[in-house]
Write a protein that binds this ligand. Sequence first.
Ligand code: PRP
Length: 210
Amino acid sequence: MDKMVNVALPKGRLGEKVYKLFKEAGFECPSIEEQNRKLIFENPEKGVRYFWVKPSDVAIYVERGAADIGVCGKDILLEYRPDVYELLDLKMGKCRMAVAAKKEFRDPRGETLRVATKFPNIAATYYNEKCRDIDIIKLNGSIEIAPILGLSDVIVDIVETGKTLLENDLVPFETIVPISARLIANTAGYKFKQEAIEAIKKGLEKQIND
Ligand code: PRP
């Protein structure tokens, strides 16, 4: 069996920061820092193999065991509920899931609320708990446009700096849940490689808390 720990990292700015954390934790992989378009890198001495995947795909690789561990946002875990272990809050990539709308928006209680979002399950759960009748409009990006064009009354989306909302004349009305990056593990992989995975987890934990 493959003894290396296979790690799915989210490609992009967050991924760079996450790799840095792994490196500082003692699991460096020098080849990853060479500028090239390769997607898989390994350091057999440290027993790690990294691969860059689309951030929203990390949980798919981990759930299906193509990766033993990975890093993905809490938003993905809440939306898709993958069958994985959530091992650690990396306390980076912090943002929040929020409801936003045009500043003059007032909830038309009694009428169905039209909600545009990339996160239909998070939105449905949130409004279900409030017993609010909604119509979900699933979009894949540029969600902020929906209320401006009258496609929806509100949006449920990620807010980090708030700049995108501001520049599109939208206002955050409610926070649904705070979000940050999480270390996740495949359930079987965790059992087979528990010692190695725990060593990585401990190393990361130490960096976060120092
Ligand atoms: C996210 C989110 C907002 C933006 C918020 O989009 O959907 O559009 O970031 O960030 P801010 O509060 O710092 O402005 P992302 O960059 O993931 O692109 P997408 O809309 O294509 O999904």
